[in-house]
Structure formats: structure tokens, C-alpha cells
Design a protein around this ligand. Sequence first.
Ligand code: CDP
Length: 231
Amino acid sequence: MSPKKRINIAIDGYSACGKSTLAKALAKKLDYVFIDSGAMYRGVTLFALENNLIAADKIAVPRLIELIDSITLSFGPFDDNGNRPLILNGKNVAEEIRSLTVSQHVSEIASIKEVRVALVKQQQQIGEEGGVIMDGRDIGTVVFPTAELKLFLTADSHIRTQRRFDEMQAKGDSTSFEAIQENLAHRDHLDVTRTESPLKQAADAIVLDNSFLNQEEQLAFVLKLVDSLLK
Ligand code: CDP
């Protein structure tokens, strides 16, 4: 009997448009591995903050590049909420990487070529065997250009801000709606306009605007696509 085909699924899109939520639900349904590539860029950003490589909004880029190979990133075992925490040099940093401070610097860190080269290499290794769902900004264009299914997610910016605001409130984070709105707009701008692997829709990606879809509707739409690919 031939083994069941396991495809790779690339999910790209703007900040806070539900990529990870969709990816996680899909991975559970298909018994695939979910990788949140944004968490890895957040991990490098936290490392830079903790090692005083960011001061007065300036990044010590040459020093960060020197240290990049000493940064170990992995995902730990599932926690009670069905999430796999990011482990940075042996420490669970799942909470720290979601702070506004990390969000304020991550897109600049992610625009550094050497940072991207190091992380893309790790991401591609994870995807070698298939059965991986990865979300980010350059997954369909750079990390898995031959992924069998590519999705490009988008949603109204006010709705995205509200979703992220609710998510942070639920975790007891009191960052204001306005601060989140500004951060999402700032990151989207940097992500779309950077030279290295900018956020853009792959030519063969399927666009999904989930502004008015609930999580079940969104999942059902994608599962249909997966089904037709696996037939
Ligand atoms: O969860 P959210 O959509 O807010 O962002 P994220 O996926 O955690 O990604 C954080 C940041 O990392 C993004 O704003 C990008 O600047 C960067 N990123 C990237 O450049 N390439 C990726 N594949 C994933 C994230």
C-alpha cells in the first residue's frame, strides 16, 4: 500500500489576519506539523532585546549577524491550549515573544538578509518530508515555492486590530486598541516594502478574505481545497 500523500501548505498574509489560527486548526484536522515562522522572527527579536542589541530604536546589525548561529530556536511539546511554545536557547519564551515591544521591532529584524537566510534554512529543513503547514510572509514565495497548496489570507484592517486586541486582552495584556492598530499598520508597511523577501501573494496562491468568515467556515473552505489535492 502506498503511504498517504502528505503535502506542504503555505499560508501567507498580513499581520493578525488569522493565519496561525487557521494553520493550527488545519494541522490538527490533517495530523500535520504546524510551524509559526513569525514566532521564529519574534524569537530572534527577543534575543536581540535581551542582549542589548537594540538601543534607542537602533539595531546593532553586525553584532546580531555575528551571533545569529548561536541562537537556537525550536518548538516545545504541546501545552494545555494546544500550542507548541517557542524555545529560545533552551527557554520557553511563548509569552515574551507576543509583547508589544517585540512586535515593535520584529519587522525590522525580519528585514535583515542574514537573519532571513538563517531562518529560511531551518524552515526548509522542517518541510523536507512534507506534511507541514507553515504560516508567515514569504512561505509560498521563498520557503516552499513548490508547496502544493498556497493560501494568501487577508482581512479588513479594523477587524484584524479588533481580533488582536481581543486576543491580548484575553491574555491580560492591556495594550490599547490604537497602539495595536498602529503596530499592525507599521509592520504591514515594512513587510510589503522591504527588499528581502517582501510580503506578496505568490502567483499560484489562492486568496482568502476572512473578514466575515468564522473559523469553522474558513477551515471548511480550505479542507475542501486540500481534499481535492489529495484525491
Ligand atoms: O501574528 P502576526 O501576524 O502579528 O505576526 P507574526 O506572524 O508573528 O510575524 C511577526 C513579524 O515577523 C511580521 O510582521 C514580519 O515582519 C516577520 N515575518 C517575516 O518577515 N517572515 C515570515 N515568514 C514570518 C514573519
